[in-house]
Design a binder for this molecule. Structure first.
Ligand code: ADP
Ligand code: MG
Length: 632
């Protein structure tokens, strides 16, 4: 039998390796931006074409490269950031591997123009799939211009898997923002297909955050500061009133680079417990600095997941720091913070001692007066304005507090419910499909004989020969949801001009999501007009939800950003669902027998009477036999 194993040609091997480092245009953008920062640039311009697929162009005014360095930079393991073995560990921890440019050039066409301050002429280097096409002296400003064209041109399988331009652009913008938020002193601009998308002048950190996250945070950022030998924490948390329904404005950075750290994120969220309604999330921009040898960034290929040596202690510090910042800044008495139960921020006395102290103080915090009632005061107390994220929970100025308090969408679960339209593990109490028909029932069989309302929420009645409990609110949700969906699809939504047009101020990301949705929103009755940079005015809304329109729209935007879905169908369903939930909460529970029968008839005419639009059980049923059994 002949041998079958062959060594891959070097060019193919390096393409494969490259695919692991550069997984998308956004990954290339991240590497290029970081190189510019490492080169000491004070100004960086990023231009992308066709979602980065056609070209990514990064221009900086950093130190530039000599002609030899320019050529060397594209060799594997070429880096100027390590000189001796001592640096090696640091190299590992910071994620410098000297392979980004080698990887990028293996799978694209690169045009590099660069000059150092002490040379009169610069260098132009053109490469195609790692091969030098030409190198020439050229006249260029000091700094580096790196243009990466036709990413994956020689790896068609990979190229096919790239997302649509706008999806890739979204990821690129994320990287841009992640870099911008940590380098406020660097002027940065972003162009998409020749158009300026974002211009960020050099500024203070707070100013940078505001220009990225939106001016609505202006009065709502609380500064954080803490230092000890292990960790240095700075940054901002938003005050509780600015809480939103998603986590997409929760940023953490370590040693000048963006990181994902779900456990630290939770520490901050826990510090907000009792101060914001359930399902709401704080926004934060937190910057950690730790000795380089105390972290490992090479946990994930993208280097965004970081492992810390002192994870537990930093967790405690973060939570405590945020708690104290909140208690110092929130004017209303904060119930969970009486002095005898708060601890001083730990000095480094050993992890165990600190954790014990922590447990004692956090877990025994009394709940008198309850955080929930405080949250309600905060959220219900601010009616007018309606422009801020947090105030969305208080509803607009014309929303009754009843409606407002019950308006609480769970966007995170929304997408799940669309996927998971199956009932939970059916126990004996759940309706079996053959017991209750899923549509077009034989009404004579269904007619109930009287009913009672249990706890103001469950209709208790009989259907066929079963005893059933029907969750009234969920039944309403199902009915209203389908009705709204139909009306929207057919363009029959009743709309009203708003007497007081409301403003919707968007963050950079919200604004780009809104741009994609604005036309569809318009056809659904939400008339939004751009009135200033990233500010829209709502002049018309569907009548039934006019008082919550801004909240609904913002909720949809966040859901869109969270899930990466957009599209008209998605929009219809999200809106119909949230509108249905809002309306169902205020629907009457005073029902006579006729009303109950009408309700049941409509429920059973829906596409899925057994499940709410979110996939929750509407009907519980006990068969005759089951009842007899229990009395046996
Ligand atoms: P690393 O950043 O890990 O060192 P890269 O492959 O990203 O590896 O870059 C290789 C080298 O090329 C860098 O160490 C640096 O010397 C040089 N380089 C890359 N980009 C720039 C830039 N924009 N300005 C100056 N030098 C650069
Ligand atoms: Mg690099």
């Amino acid at each position: 039998m002949s041998d079958v194993i062959r060594l891959l040609p070097e060019s193919i091997a390096s393409q494969i390796a490259a695919g692991e480092v550069v997984t998308s245009p956004a990954a290339a953008v991240k590497e290029l931006l970081e190189n510019s920062i490492d080169a000491g640039a004070t100004s960086i311009q990023l231009e992308v074409t066709d979602g980065g697929k056609a070209s990514i162009h990064v221009l900086d005014n950093g130190c530039g490269m000599s002609p030899v360095d320019a050529r060397m930079a594209f060799e594997k393991h070429a880096t100027s950031k390590i000189r001796q073995a001592d640096d090696l560990y640091k190299l590992h921890t910071m994620g410098f591997r000297g392979e980004a440019l080698a990887a990028i050039s293996a799978i694209s066409q690169v045009e590099l123009r660069t000059r150092q301050a002490d040379s009169e002429l610069g260098t132009e280097l053109i490469l195609s799939g790692s091969n030098v096409v030409s190198t020439n002296p050229c006249v260029v400003p000091v700094g580096t211009s790196m243009k990466v064209k036709d990413l994956f041109f020689n790896v068609p399988a990979r190229r096919r898997f790239l997302r649509a331009d706008k999806e890739e652009f979204k990821l690129i913008k994320r990287e841009f923002i992640n870099v911008a938020l940590v380098n406020p002193s660097i002027a940065m601009s972003l162009y998409r297909d020749g158009q300026l998308v974002q211009e960020l002048p050099a500024s203070s950190l707070k100013e940078r955050i505001l220009s990225v996250a939106g001016r609505s945070f202006e009065e709502k950022l609380l500064p954080l500061h803490y230092t000890n030998t292990m960790v240095d924490v700075t940054g901002f948390v938003s005050s509780p009133i600015a809480a939103v329904k998603t986590r997409y404005q929760q940023y953490m950075f370590v040693n000048g680079r963006y990181m994902r750290h779900p456990s630290f994120q939770r520490a901050v969220e826990q510090a907000f417990e009792g101060l914001i309604p359930e399902g709401a999330h704080p926004n934060f921009f937190i910057y950690l600095t730790v000795p380089a040898e105390n972290i490992d960034v090479n946990v994930s290929p993208t280097k965004t997941d970081i492992r810390f040596v002192d994870e537990g202690l930093i967790w405690t510090i973060l939570k405590q720091l945020v708690r104290e910042t909140l208690s110092a800044n929130v004017a209303v008495p904060v119930i969970n913070f009486d002095a005898e139960h708060t601890i001083d921020l730990p000095a480094y006395t050993g992890r165990k001692a600190v954790m014990d102290e922590e447990a004692a103080s956090w877990e025994t915090t009394p709940s008198v007066g309850s955080g929930a009632s405080y949250a309600r005061r905060v959220f219900m107390g601010r009616g007018a304005g309606g422009a801020s994220l947090g105030e969305s929970f208080g509803g607009s100025s014309r929303a009754s507090s009843l409606q407002a308090s019950s308006f609480d969408l769970d966007w995170a679960r929304l997408s799940e419910s669309f996927e998971r339209a199956k009932p939970a593990e059916s126990e004996s109490l759940f309706v079996e499909p053959d017991v209750i028909p899923s549509s077009s029932p034989d009404n004579s069989e269904l007619l109930s004989v009287g009913h009672m309302l249990y706890k103001g929420r469950y209709i208790v009645t009989s259907l066929r020969r079963n005893l059933v409990l029907i969750d009234l609110r969920r039944a309403h949700e199902r009915i209203i949801y389908e009705q709204l969906l139909l009306e929207m699809q057919e363009g029959r939504i009743e709309v009203a001009q708003l007497m007081y047009p409301e403003e919707l101020e968007c963050s950079l990301e919200e604004a780009s999501a809104l741009e994609e949705l604005v036309e569809d929103l318009d056809t659904l009755g939400f008339a939004l007009e751009p009135t200033a940079d990233r500010v829209y005015t709502l002049r018309q809304s569907p009548t039934s939800v006019a008082t919550q329109a801004i909240d609904l729209i913002r909720g949809v935007l966040h859901h869109c950003l969270d899930t990466g879905q957009c599209g008209r169908d998605f929009l219809l369903r999200s809106l119909a669902l949230s509108m249905a939930e809002t309306l169902a909460k205020t629907a009457t529970t005073v029902l006579d027998n006729q009303a109950v029968e009408d309700l049941l008839a409509r429920l059973f005419a829906s596409t899925d009477p057994n499940l709410s639009p979110r996939g929750r059980t509407i009907i519980l049923s006990l068969t005759e036999a089951e009842i007899d059994n229990r009395f046996a």
